[in-house]
Design a protein around this ligand. Structure first.
Ligand SMILES: Cc1cc2nc3c(=O)[nH]c(=O)nc-3n(C[C@H](O)[C@H](O)[C@H](O)COP(=O)(O)OP(=O)(O)OC[C@H]3O[C@@H](n4cnc5c(N)ncnc54)[C@H](O)[C@@H]3O)c2cc1C
Length: 1120
């Protein structure tokens, strides 16, 4: 009986190497190998009474300490046959889907160019174009791209004599291993890449050409739109410098050049996001500059993006610049070593990015007589992935997965919380590895503890109440940090235009002098990036939408009425919640206590029934899942400090196991040097030494010792807290302090595998309410202990390949799972399911797996949370390096903690830090942008002169060879000057009206509202100096706007309507105005040439040329 559970304790090689990537690692393919050769013992359990169940408890968990059964990665059990993999590739898979309509609606498969792919007819971009809706086989899904060269020749690059960092690109080899063809937008870069790979041009210098990466076929507006989307998809503000860019550039660029830089940077990101299967080269990046004066600016943008992992990250083959240097120049033996501890997503992300950077920047070491550094990953387990662990089922028969996939259950990470708006896993999963995934539908239903289904109306009502209390608690949130940065000219960026760059003061000079801002500059000062109040990123179940305009000052009774609840008989008409005194009563208030207090105060005016309490506590459990901690352990002011960073798009699960992602990262494009079963126990380090290989000494429990120059520790926070690794000298107090202050929580799962589904197979999840410790209690606190037990079931039938339910154990229930026997848990959950699905028969599972992450010595818990003592900014302190020690892992990523993508991003960050500590920050040449050659202009109209400039006017030395080009440009500039002085700018395509009545209203009422809110706050707290927060003022304004009379609102609504009408009128006349402008511009050009013939007699050429400005590009000097 339950041999499956017993088997979990065996060193059985369950995760035994039938992976996506084979030993030959000669390519990435979108599908794992066929599971021939799997251990096939059946672990079928006779569904008998549980009293008779006898299974070993010798190991309490399926999370195997030291992973004795996880022989997978090091076992040599990999399959290397390309044939098998090819045969398992997507065509077969799609055919499979065609037969199984159930998959077709929501399964997505490999998208070779996944980010902003094809255009839909209305100009929007269809991100799910490869969704297999209605697909009925027959997709050959070619991966090989059309290499027809683009017309216009902009992408004909000359390349440096460098070699690729690794084996030939497999993506292009496998014609079967892909999905929906998506050629159009990727051709331009792919063509380039193909020419580079096929005919490396040795010993020829790089050739940079302005505009060469700007497709002629796109209008500037469309190009700008794609660039802006690319920046947003990379977590960067398209209109402002990242604070680190700001630091790097502020002494070197003027305001106008900020806009130019942003245009270049966004255009480089566009190249990358269009196709992350191929790296962006320096030539391509420089080709995003529209004038050669900005080549160095483009190189800086490129270096910054590359180093920090915004481009050229993940499973991508990059250029190896070191290969150009003769080996004889390299001193033997001189090679630095970076040791990365941990082969989870952060460690692998870091190691992979380091490898990429060492290849791309390799010449920097080789020029110093060293070989580029090497990277060694030490992993304590015998498998890859850490907390991303897809545990294979013992019984692989009857799989409904596409061929080549194993049936697995996610022990750790399971959900990708949206691919869009900056998730780096988008590039990895969809862009590079092409792993299939299943889109989750938000169709949860909730079962009460007795098995009855909760009516939707009650669910909605209670959720409103819950959100109301949550929002009231959110006023105690810490203020978001502000970052100093500078914005570019948003209007120009929106239209893909460039400003006039007439030199001028740098940003730093402007800031110091406090001179007035140049025209169009909105700010040089710090920009506060306030986060919107939405969602909970980690939450993969139900998201909480904190509505804009919520007013915490609205009385509880009013709120109740607004929600649709009935007031309790005899309740006062107006009664408010008083949470302030409770929050202030403790030095370390928690979310749970404040929320329970809020619920209790609501009970004064509202008759809550036990089922309402159970529902409210189900929501608590849901937050406890998101945070891996009881709400009573979450910091009131900081529990959701990552709010506003959520990605967008459908939540998804990986078909065949999330572990394919870290495996891909490990194996592609070349295998990283991962040493399995290397549990480190001590780290000796020296912050002073400069001697190669002597700064760090790491000792493993198996006796191995590694010396290194830098160490990146990605061990979970739980491991650091446990003290199982000793540091010599001990870590400084600031680091030890933060390790202690931060929370490391627990979430567990009970995984149940059945022969047949007894639930609705198309429902992705369903919830379960739990009874209080005292039956039918009306005291919210009585629910804390049990509310997280099996509170949510994931139906994993589509991703695991077998009828599988994953029951979550959140909050205190997670600890209960650690302490309770498998028999007991299986019995309990079966009883619960029995009630839920009565009268259907609920059998015992054929296989059951229980996670116990706290007991796992290489995790010591599930993921980090913000505990009551955690301080604002502690995640950043966790991330801060100390001497040669660097720290990565989900608990070092303040923007996306507790997630796979957060872990991965932390690895990229650590890699950039390591490189910076070795070769220093990006060097900025002086001047960064060549000064513009001033034209001598007569009073009446601009003219061209070939006379040599007087010394004072000559701001740069002009090389004779460049003189001709500059003459041309100067002549062209004169024509443009003439056109602009006579006609003004070419009409800009009118945008949307962009006037919002509420914003206009806000302008007028902000201070009035602020005064009122301040006064209320003072009255409530008794503190005469108290001030209302911006959020409070904003929410009060929202309420005021909604409740103000028609008369007050009318002028704002009218103003908006007028603006809309004007915009519509503008749009209607736009075409005519542009046509007229173009005609006049052509005439002025003609007249100018007649009156001022060009010195070299090239009248015809110049007459027929039209600068980009005449084609709607503003003041760009782009010659077509
Ligand atoms: C139950 C559960 C559910 C989750 N659900 C989701 C989800 O749905 N979506 C999501 O995005 N995230 C989820 N997460 C979080 C996500 O899994 C983690 O944030 C992420 O995987 C952490 O990656 P990491 O590299 O920081 O750490 P890890 O993956 O833990 O990697 C650290 C590595 O260090 C190794 N190590 C530890 N100590 C030593 C030592 N002394 N010597 C050598 N090696 C050592 C470990 O073996 C491990 O491989 C979940 C986590 C859990 C536990």
């Amino acid at each position: 009986m339950y041999s499956s559970l017993a088997a979990m304790t065996n060193a059985d090689g369950l995760d035994d190497g039938h992976y996506l990537f084979g030993d030959a690692h000669n390519g990435i393919l979108p599908m794992p190998l066929a599971h021939t050769g799997m251990k096939g013992e059946s672990s079928t359990v006779t569904p008998a009474a549980l009293e008779h169940v006898h299974y070993s408890e010798s190991t309490a968990s399926s999370v195997h300490y030291g992973d004795t059964h996880d022989m997978s990665e090091s076992s040599g059990g990999h399959m290397s046959g390309r044939d098998e993999r090819d045969s398992s590739a997507s065509s077969g898979y799609v055919n499979g889907l065609g037969q199984d309509g159930a998959h077709a609606s929501t399964i997505h498969i490999h998208q070779p160019h996944p980010l902003r792919t094809s255009e839909t007819s209305d100009g929007a971009i269809d991100l799910h174009q490869n969704k297999l809706t209605g697909v009925n086989g027959n997709h050959s899904l070619p991966h090989v791209k059309d290499h027809t060269p683009l017309s216009g020749g902009r992408n004909q690059f000359t390349h440096t004599p460098v070699s690729m960092a690794s084996t030939p690109r497999p993506q292009h080899d496998s014609s079967k291993a892909s999905s929906t063809p998506e050629l159009s937008q990727s051709q331009e870069r792919d063509t380039v890449r193909r020419s580079r790979n096929s005919s490396p041009m040795k010993n020829r210098p790089s050739e940079f050409r302005a505009n060469s990466s700007i497709p002629a076929a796109l209008t500037w507006e469309e190009f700008a739109r794609q660039c802006i989307l690319a920046a947003e998809s990379s977590r960067l503000n398209p209109f402002a410098l990242h604070p680190e860019e700001y630091k790097l550039l502020r002494n070197h660029v003027t305001h106008a050049q900020v806009t130019i830089y942003l245009n270049i940077r966004n255009a480089i990101l566009r190249l990358w996001t269009k196709n992350p299967l191929v790296y962006v080269s320096l030539e391509e990046a420089v080709g995003c500059a529209r004038d050669k004066r900005y080549f160095t600016l483009a190189k800086v943008a490129y270096s910054w993006l590359m180093r920090n992992g915004y481009i050229n990250f993940g499973c991508v083959e990059v250029l190896n610049t070191a290969a150009t240097i003769p080996y004889t120049k390299v001193k033997r033996g001189a090679r630095r070593t970076i040791v990365v501890v941990g082969a989870g997503m952060s460690g692998l992300g870091c190691a992979r990015h380091l490898e990429g950077l060492f290849a791309q920047l390799g010449e920097q070491w080789v020029n110093e007589g060293e070989r580029p550094p090497r990277v060694i990953v030490l992993e304590g387990r015998s498998r890859i992935g850490g907390r991303v662990y897809s545990h294979p089922f013992r019984n692989q028969t009857g799989s409904t997965l596409p061929p080549g996939h194993r049936c697995t259950a996610e022990m750790g990470a399971q959900i990708v919380t949206g691919f869009e708006h900056g998730n780096p896993l988008n590039a990895l999963i969809r862009g590079q590895l092409g792993i299939p995934y299943h889109g989750l539908r938000d169709n949860t239903i909730l079962y009460d503890y007795d098995g009855t289904v909760v009516e939707k109306s009650q669910d909605v009502l209670v959720e409103k109440l819950y959100n109301d209390v949550l929002e009231r608690a959110s006023v105690f949130r810490n203020k978001p940090a502000t970052f100093r940065t500078v914005e570019g000219d948003r209007n120009l960026i929106l239209f893909g235009r460039e400003p006039t760059d007439n030199n001028g003061s740098t940003i730093a000079e402007l800031e110091q002098s406090q001179a007035p801002l140049p025209a169009n500059a909105t700010t040089t000062a710090s920009t506060t990036e306030e986060k919107p109040s939405t969602g909970v990123e980690k939450l993969a179940g139900r998201a909480y939408q904190l509505s804009a305009g919520f007013n915490p000052n609205v009385s509880a009774t009013q709120a109740i009425r607004n929600m649709g609840w009935a007031l309790k008989a005899g309740a006062p008409e107006i009664q408010s919640l008083q949470l302030d005194p409770v929050a202030r009563a403790s030095a370390h208030p928690t979310l749970g206590h404040i929320m329970d207090e809020g619920i209790k105060q609501y009970q004064n005016v509202l008759d809550l029934r036990p089922r309402d309490l159970r529902l409210l506590n189900w929501h608590h459990a849901n937050l406890e899942y998101a945070n891996a901690a009881s709400v009573n352990q979450l910091s009131l002011s900081g529990w959701d400090q990552d709010i506003g960073n959520e990605f967008e798009g459908q939540h998804t699960e990986i078909i065949g196991g999330y572990q394919q992602v870290p495996r891909g990262l490990w194996q592609s494009p070349t295998k990283l040097d991962v040493r399995f079963k290397s549990v480190i126990k001590s780290v000796q380090y020296d912050v002073e030494t400069k001697e190669i290989g002597k700064a760090v000494k790491v000792e493993c429990t198996n006796g191995e010792v590694f010396e290194a120059d830098q160490l990146v520790l990605t061990t979970p926070l739980g491991v650091l807290k446990s003290g199982s690794i000793t540091f010599q000298p001990p870590l400084p107090d600031w680091k030890q302090g933060v390790i202690e202050r931060m929370g490391f929580g627990l979430l567990n799962k009970v995984i149940l595998v059945y022969e047949q589904a007894f639930w609705e197979p198309d429902r992705d999840m369903f919830g379960l309410l739990n009874e209080a410790e005292h039956q039918a209690s009306l005291n919210p606190e009585d629910y804390a202990h049990q509310r997280g037990r099996y509170y949510l079931f994931w139906n994993c039938i589509k991703t695991s390949g077998k009828p599988t339910l994953v029951a979550l154990m959140a909050g205190e229930a997670a600890h209960y799972a650690e302490a309770t026997s498998n028999d007991q848990l299986v019995k309990e959950v079966t009883d619960r399911l029995d009630k839920m699905f009565a009268p259907s028969y609920v059998p015992l599972p054929t296989e059951a797996i229980v996670t116990r992450w706290r007991k796992d010595p290489l995790a010591r818990g599930s993921y980090s949370y913000v505990g009551p003592r955690t301080q604002a900014g502690d995640y950043d302190v966790m991330a801060r390096p100390h001497g040669p020690l660097h720290f990565a892992g989900e608990a070092t990523c303040g923007t996306h903690p507790a997630t796979v993508h957060g872990a991965y991003l932390s690895g990229l960050r650590a890699a950039a830090e390591v490189v910076e500590s070795m070769i220093g920050p990006i060097k900025i040449p002086n001047p960064l942008v060549e000064k513009k050659v001033r034209l001598e202009q007569p009073a009446s109209y601009p003219t061209f002169t070939t006379e040599p400039k007087r010394k004072a006017d000559q701001e740069i030395e002009i090389e004779p060879s460049k003189e001709r080009l500059m003459q041309d440009e100067d002549y062209e500039a004169s024509i443009i000057g003439e056109i602009l002085s006579k006609l003004g700018e070419r009409p800009i395509k009118p945008g949307r009206a962009g006037v919002n009545p509420f914003l206009l209203y806000t302008k007028d009422y902000w201070y009035i509202c602020k005064k009122e809110c301040d006064e209320k706050k003072r009255a409530a707290t008794g503190d005469p100096n108290e001030k209302a927060s911006k959020t409070e003022i904003r929410t009060a304004l929202g309420l005021r706007w909604r409740t103000d009379s028609e008369e007050v609102r009318k002028p704002y609504l009218d103003q908006t309507q007028n603006a809309k009408d004007d915009a519509a009128a503008n749009a209607a006349t736009f075409k005519d105005r542009v046509a007229k402008w173009d005609e006049d511009a052509a005439r002025i050009r003609r007249e100018y040439i007649q009156n001022h013939p060009p010195p070299d007699g090239s009248d015809d050429r110049i007459l027929n040329s039209r600068t980009a400005i005449e084609l709607g590009a503003g003041k760009r000097l782009r010659r077509l």
